[in-house]
Design a binder for this molecule. Structure first.
Ligand SMILES: [Zn+2]
Length: 192
């Protein structure tokens, strides 16, 4: 009887980490530009660009992908979570860029809420930190709406500060955005 319980437990653990679909959420969109007021480099277009690049990499590696938006449209947060929750054997990855009134603020940080996503969040953060010698702001548990309301494992990556002169300049380069997408894709693939 104990063995049966153990086997059942192992089975549930295996299915929690195995996934075939990645829901990719490009932060903001439409009238919601993201960032802070007066920010020169806008957030919503860069999140969409990285999300598209991430989609292309994951698809070429055989993963099924679902985008919460594919163009410059405002998608309310409940709709983003609903799209995620309609998927089976899936994880949710939200792409954002950071902002701060202190222009020296820099670096990467990755958020999760449900503990099932802590491993994926750690791998995403580690992958991003390999790109640039910037501040490691760490992996943090936060009750952000899309993380709290999404029942599949969900992470939110902050891919650098657009209010930081150096990081904004990097993020304006397509090659850097491809590196961001590639680092996140590798972390996702290592989490399967
Ligand atoms: Zn954002």
């Amino acid at each position: 009887m104990k063995w049966l319980l153990l086997l059942a437990l192992l089975g549930s653990l295996a299915s929690a980490s195995g996934f075939s679909t990645v829901v990719i959420d490009a932060g903001h969109g439409g009238h919601d530009r993201g960032g802070i007021s007066g920010q020169r480099v806008g957030e919503k277009d860069l999140t969409l660009d990285v999300a598209r690049r991430l989609r292309d990499i994951l698809q070429s590696n055989g993963l099924h992908t679902v985008m919460t938006r594919v163009d410059d449209t405002f998608i309310p947060l409940p709709q983003r979570s609903a799209i995620a929750n309609a998927q089976r054997d899936a994880i949710f990855v939200s792409i954002h860029f950071n902002s701060a009134f202190r222009s020296s603020a820099n670096g990467f940080e990755t958020f999760y809420y449900n503990p099932t996503a802590s491993g994926i969040a750690a791998r995403v953060q580690a992958g991003l930190m390999q790109l640039e010698p910037v501040e490691n702001r760490g992996v943090k548990r936060r009750a952000y709406y899309v993380l709290r309301k999404t029942r599949i494992p969900a992470v939110l990556a902050e891919c650098g500060f657009l209010t930081n002169r150096n990081e904004a300049a990097l993020c304006m380069q397509a090659g850097h955005r491809q590196e961001l997408a590639s680092a996140i894709a590798k972390a996702i693939e290592a989490s399967r």
